[in-house]
Design a protein around this ligand. Structure first.
Ligand code: TRH
Length: 384
């Protein structure tokens, strides 16, 4: 792979943090592990700054982690297109830039990085090419995925080793908690991270935790489940540093962490509630039991995605455990409050099996290759 190659990655932040979360991981990995010259164009630097505090809003150009970060806004500057152009999630690079791509010799490789889905059709569409209707350009559709024949998942080099070391090291964990400003976990206390979209299931789960026999400490980033938390704890002030308590349940609100520290939080917890795309993937790499809230789409388009993933994830689990996982995940995603509370107890009864399975699953994923390497290789083959 030629490290002289230049890459432009385009990212629009539609909502939340997943778009920039994925692009930022990809950009960093290409620069750090492949020595590539990467320029990342982002239209919303404020969202970016949440997950990467180095980022200064309002700045047209800046560098972080070996990546040139450009503020994507109109009028778009007249820049030379890179060798490889990645548009994330069909975000449409500016027309002037696309025209410059068409005029360039040799033509850039043009990639549309797609959303993650476990559905079977992904394998058939991965790496599919489509000629531009007017310009002499071809676009390739690159799909992340969980199985061979897809683009794989983003995973930085040495991820599993760093995670295993962290999870075995009491000292590393202690310094992580200390830096977070949170006391080390008490013996027997369940550590949970909570990252979800607003829905009524949250209050039900809080009720279940508060009513259970196991003490629970829940870590939630600012802005997550604020209404549910303030109603459940009758609290007005849900901001970083807040500590909310009821019975043996404690919820602590933290300010958004940068991505690497968020990963460590997932490694440090016994159970991770994740959402969308990127935290969902990182929850799997954490090798800990997880509960996923899928990004809800219009007309229920997300349900087949959720069900297909569940089918894949539950393979190899005893039938009773698979049923408990499925019941809990479906209840959570439906926001079925009654069901969430009772399904929680059924789910957590299987915690030993769930933990062993989470590790097996992460090992299985590691064997299917990682997205940044697959993408870099795919583009290099096209440029040859
Ligand atoms: O924020 P999200 O809901 O993003 C979503 C999804 O990606 C969805 O598929 C997409 O269509 C929609 O955005 C527009 O969830 P996600 O994908 O988990 O992204 C969150 C990012 O924030 C991820 O990179 C992890 C990061 N993060 C931190 O870096 N620090 C934190 O403290 C937290 C809580 C998250």
């Amino acid at each position: 792979m030629s490290s002289m190659r230049t890459w432009d990655i385009f990212c629009t932040v539609v909502d939340n943090y997943g778009d920039i979360g994925v692009c930022w991981r990809l950009a960093r990995q290409l620069a750090a592990e492949h020595g590539l010259t990467v320029r990342l164009w982002v239209d919303d630097l404020a969202s970016f700054a949440k997950i990467c505090p180095d980022i200064v809003t309002g700045r047209d150009s800046q560098h972080s982690h070996g990546v040139e970060v450009r503020w994507w806004r109109e009028p778009f500057p007249a820049v030379s297109p890179a060798d490889i152009v990645v548009e994330a999630f069909a975000c449409n690079p500016p027309a002037s830039y696309v025209a410059a791509m068409a005029a360039r010799q040799p033509k850039p490789v043009w990639i549309n990085l797609e959303f993650l889905s476990a559905e079977n059709w992904v394998k058939g569409c991965h790496a599919f090419s489509s000629p531009h209707p007017v310009l002499p350009l071809v676009k390739y559709f690159f799909f992340p995925g969980f199985v061979a024949g897809t683009g794989g998942l983003l995973a930085d080099r040495g991820l599993a080793q760093a995670r295993d070391r962290f999870q075995r090291s009491a000292a590393e964990q202690a310094s992580f908690w200390e830096a977070l400003g949170v006391p080390a976990p008490r013996a027997g206390e369940l550590q949970v991270s909570l990252f979800c979209y607003p829905h009524v299931g949250v209050a039900a789960l809080l009720r279940g935790w508060a009513a259970g026999r196991t003490p629970v400490r829940c870590l939630a980033p600012e802005g997550t489940a604020t209404e549910a938390l303030s109603a459940f704890f009758a609290a007005k002030h849900i901001a970083p540093g807040a500590i909310l308590r009821k019975a043996d349940l404690e919820v602590r609100i933290f300010a958004f962490l940068d991505q690497d520290r968020y990963d460590r939080l997932l490694w440090a917890c016994d159970l991770n509630l994740v959402r969308g795309e990127d935290s969902f993937v990182r929850g799997q790499w954490a090798a800990r039991p997880l509960l996923w809230q899928i990004y809800p789409q219009e007309e229920g388009a997300h349900w087949p995605k959720l069900e297909t993933f569940l089918g894949l994830y539950c393979q190899g689990l005893p039938a009773e455990t698979a049923a408990a996982v499925t019941r809990f995940w479906l209840a959570w995603n439906k926001g079925d409050a009654m069901e969430v509370e009772s399904a929680w107890f059924g789910f957590w009864e299987h915690r030993v099996e769930l933990q062993a399975h989470a590790l097996r699953w992460a090992e299985h994923l590691a064997n299917t290759g990682n997205l940044a390497n697959n993408l870099a290789q795919f583009c290099e083959n096209l440029l040859k």
